[in-house]
Design a binder for this molecule. Sequence first.
Ligand code: ADP
Ligand code: MG
Length: 729
Amino acid sequence: MSSLRFKVIEEAIKRKATVVPPPAGRPSEYFGSYVFNQEKMRKYLPKKSYEALLDTMRNGSPLDRETADSVAAGMKQWAMDLGATHYSHWFQPLTGGTAEKHDAFAELDRTGGMIEEFSGKLLSQQEPDASSFPNGGIRNTFEARGYSAWDPMSPAFIVDSTLCIPTVFISYTGEALDYKTPLLRSLSAVDKAATAVCRYFDPEVKKVISYLGWEQEYFLVDEGLWAARPDLMLTGRTLMGHESAKNQQLEDHYFGTIPTRVAAFMKDLEYECLKLGIPVKTRHNEVAPNQFEVAPIFEETNLANDHNLLLMLTMRKVARNHDFRVLLHEKPFKGINGSGKHNNWSLGTDTGVNLLSPGKTPADKLQFMTFLLNIMMAVHKHNGLLKASISSATNAHRLGANEAPPAIISIFLGSQLSAVLREIATSKSDDVIRIDDKAAMKLGIAHIPELLLDNTDRNRTSPFAFTGNRFEFRAVGSSDNCAGAMIALNTAVAMQLTEFHEVVEKRIAAGETKEKAIFEVLKTYIEASAPIHFDGNGYCDDWKAEAARRGLDCETSVPSIFDRMLSRQTVEMFKTTGVLSEKELHARAEVKWETYTKKIQIEARVLGDMAVNHILPVASRYQGMLLDKVFKLRQMLPGDKAEKDAALDMDLIEKISTHQVEIQTLVRQMVEARKVANKIENEREKAAAYHDTVASLFDAIRYHIDKLELIVDNEMWPLPKYRELLFIR
Ligand code: ADP
Ligand code: MG
């Protein structure tokens, strides 16, 4: 009898929503109360330091030692007023999560007592003993230590009683060991390149900002049920489990009424987020049962990304207070939707113009077209890299399955914009001197409406969709650091805009008007980027064949997809833009392969252990019961009658044997494949071996286990079933 499963089910069913005390005041009152934002800076810093810090935040000017000391003193005072006792540099190692090491403010004074101290030096830079973070070989030399350095663009915040300071994490030789460093470099690259292009339209533009609004999908599972599933606990997904008879086919979960226990969790989560300055706004049920989404108001990309990481940490913590576990894995359950993290992305100027919004005047529209087409070119040229940026062992289950998005990057524009592109492609710019209404007609941009939002058809099957005033990169995984995708995208766009600017400048130098030069170059882009433009259904098999014909990257093996990080084109792009050196890229690719291998290795071990220790014994026991029954029937009944009555049981007995033999054989094969793969030294080859010879056995093993689940007595089955994991809430 499987007592644990029934015990946790019983407990889960009885659980009531946790009562959360109502927040103190309105959101506008407690928003950012745990953030050292401008309001706190003004209050806690001397005027001179406040202004110096603002200048650093706005213009990146370096902070002198004296100011840093003064800022640290103010921050410490503020943090202590809120009960903080410790501080920590908070950084984003290549593990994909965040890292922190807490130190107390306390120092001994010279008279045997203690004082609270926090200096500008400790605020600005630290040397975490971080030799065991993944570094892809960069820090293997004995003197290559790493240090973390304050990123003043992202404000400090307090979690529990610790003052957290967002930092970059770099080796002493200057190589990035984290996600934030290249993200910041990519943001400055796109700023520089886009600003130059914007000045064709408005000489007043001084800065272009990249914006990110992520939509975070997740599952909630009752904590007791979760703990009774070693696979969920150790790998974040179910490695086995037959589909529930009812799952999402009635489409009754999406936007449905939020279950009470979940609503309590969400309210609690939102309160905690708002205090941390994360502007969460939207919450709803997602498509799959027990799947939900939270989304904020979009922000500048660096800050938005810090906020997403902080959200994921906060979700995990808050879920525990509600006896839930939050699953951020891309595909926790087979047969129902997985989770993504749509990255809504746009570029805007310091003059307040969204460059992905068509705008009113003909000049605005040409500017919009300029950015749209340059982005299309960038995504086309680097579609393989963009796919690599969102690929992982976990996201692989979601990509390529029949749900958003497919494993081929393409751009959805919608019928209106597609029509405009066709018009532009055949228009004439011969006598265009000024961009006015007449010119707009001639150029074919006159028909772009000021607002595309309401006109955009929605295409859920596109991995990169234009949604009216932004692009939505939907292929990003739910557990990922958004920076991976944002670094690739912003850098690709920066590179492309720089090339565009150069070509236009050449044409102007050769005597063309600015308008004609821009327009003629854009026209060539329509044709050049056409292969990436696809408005159809990304799930259908025809598209795969068509995409291959168009020369798009159709690779599906994750270790091979990572090769794109080291292609000549990628290396060149990152080098020219100054975002990542070749050495840094190699290190990152190594880490990707290494992480892939480790994840598959863990899954293989868990799957093997569960098959052998959980499933086979239970199947044997049930089979024993059937054998016992057949034996007794044969003892009690006359021959013919006994055989007739035992026929179906004999059939089950044989089926169980077949599945058991298959499981045993496949598990043994998997263990052998692991042994062979483990001997491979080269990280890429090892990951490829894990992909080709280990992960490739998972489905077959699972198939036989899931068949046994349908046969074996429900009372004996040791693992909470899909219907329990997905419908108890
Ligand atoms: P959906 O209908 O796709 O669920 P929402 O309207 O909920 O989209 O918005 C999704 C996210 O897109 C939100 O975080 C929102 O703030 C963000 N967003 C809206 N406009 C922009 C923009 N111009 N740039 C970047 N993100 C944006
Ligand atoms: Mg969306």
